[in-house]
Design a protein around this ligand. Structure first.
Ligand SMILES: NC(=O)C1=CN([C@@H]2O[C@H](COP(=O)(O)OP(=O)(O)OC[C@H]3O[C@@H](n4cnc5c(N)ncnc54)[C@H](OP(=O)(O)O)[C@@H]3O)[C@@H](O)[C@H]2O)C=CC1
Ligand SMILES: O=C(O)C1=N[C@H](C(=O)O)C[C@H](O)C1
Length: 237
């Protein structure tokens, strides 16, 4: 498979290594300094583009790939205000795969989080909050993964209707505390507190390898696909 890497930062470089180890060819690398090279003509013989840039650039990059009819795998977070426009493009024949977190562990953790929220629903003595910790270079807050976890709680718990990135005393609000520290790859914890105890679940990434492998597996799934896909399609969760 011939891959275009759009964004050659921490994730782009990790993905390049895993893609090569799995026998793929990197046909094009686009980063900030050569971003004007991302034109449909340069994508002519590319099977799939993997996009990890930043919230401001992601959507424009998708559109260029769509024009070239190249399916996109994207892990960039913080651009979801445009998700309906991407879904429209997918309905008209383009292929797009998005995950706020590509690691197998986090996707299992998403399911565990939903099950725990459902289990807690009848027990009003417990209230939840969330903490996410990432490296100091992260641009968006809270993390995309934290938002997916919050949505999982809100869908499965009748007393939580929204999340806020602050301490809240309102029962219907789920507090998310985002911390930035050193080089932390990504840690997410959910705690259900009562007056007498607490239940805590946590996913802690040791490195970016799990995210990068998931993105390459998604890229292997995508050539010739049309429509909007996510980790549930890949992992059959
Ligand atoms: N879904 C998941 O599993 C994961 C998602 N992420 C997300 O992926 C994104 C990237 O993360 P990460 O690799 O750590 O970030 P980095 O900042 O290390 O890398 C992003 C790269 O994109 C470059 N870039 C900026 N603008 C453009 C552009 N218009 N076209 C092409 N390249 C551009 C940046 O260049 P410059 O530095 O010069 O600006 C940088 O090299 C973030 O949104 C992060 O939240 C991260 C890990 C896992
Ligand atoms: O920026 C990062 O580093 C990460 N971003 C993703 C997110 O926002 O959830 C995934 C992972 O936590 C690392």
């Amino acid at each position: 498979m011939k891959i275009a890497l759009i964004g050659y930062g921490k994730m782009g470089k990790e993905i390049e290594q895993i893609a090569i180890d799995r026998g793929h060819e990197i046909g094009l690398i686009i980063d900030q300094e050569n971003q004007n090279d991302l034109i449909p003509d340069k994508l002519k013989d590319i099977d799939v583009a993997i996009e990890f840039t930043n919230p401001k650039s992601a959507f424009d990059n998708y559109q260029i790939c769509f024009e070239a009819n190249v399916p996109v795998v994207s892990g960039t977070t913080g651009w979801l205000d445009k998700i309906d426009l991407v879904k429209e493009r997918c309905q008209s024949g383009n292929g797009f795969f998005y995950a706020s977190n590509f690691s197998l562990g986090v996707n299992l953790f998403f399911e565990l989080n939903k099950k725990l929220a459902k289990l807690m629903a009848p027990f009003s003595e417990y209230n939840a909050d969330m903490e996410e910790i990432h490296h100091i270079h992260k641009l968006d807050s809270p993390s995309g993964t934290a938002i997916t976890l919050a949505e999982g709680i809100i869908e499965n718990h009748p007393r939580k209707t929204k999340w806020i990135e602050a301490a809240s005393t309102k029962e219907d609000e789920l507090s998310i505390f985002a911390k930035r520290h050193g080089a932390v790859p990504g840690t997410h914890s959910i705690t259900w507190h009562s007056e007498v105890d607490e239940i805590n679940i946590q996913h802690l990434a040791y490195s970016r390898k799990g995210f990068a492998l998931g993105a390459v597996l998604a890229a292997e799934f995508m050539p010739k696909k049309k429509g909007f896909f996510g980790m549930k399609d890949l992992l059959n969760l």
